[in-house]
Design a protein around this ligand. Structure first.
Ligand SMILES: [Zn+2]
Length: 73
């Protein structure tokens, strides 16, 4: 039985014999691969809150001072 592979973005069925050599595998095309990358870049999958560099810097300072206070050597 031949297992068919479909593009996760557009659901188009990929030609089985080209799957292994397809540069954009498992996507059918560069366009679909870029769609997937774009979804990652906008944080759809993993990052919920936008990252603010100033806020991160403040959090780092607070975390470090808290660590110093809590840490018992
Ligand atoms: Zn596709």
């Amino acid at each position: 039985m031949i297992r068919s592979q479909s593009c996760p973005i557009c659901k188009k069925v990929l030609p089985v014999n080209s799957a292994a050599s397809l540069a954009t595998f498992p996507f059918c095309s560069v366009r679909c691969r870029d769609v997937d990358l774009y979804r990652w870049s906008v944080g759809k999958y993993a990052i919920v809150e936008p990252l603010d560099p100033d806020e991160l810097a403040l959090n780092d300072e607070q975390t470090e001072s808290e660590d110093d206070d809590d840490y018992e050597s």
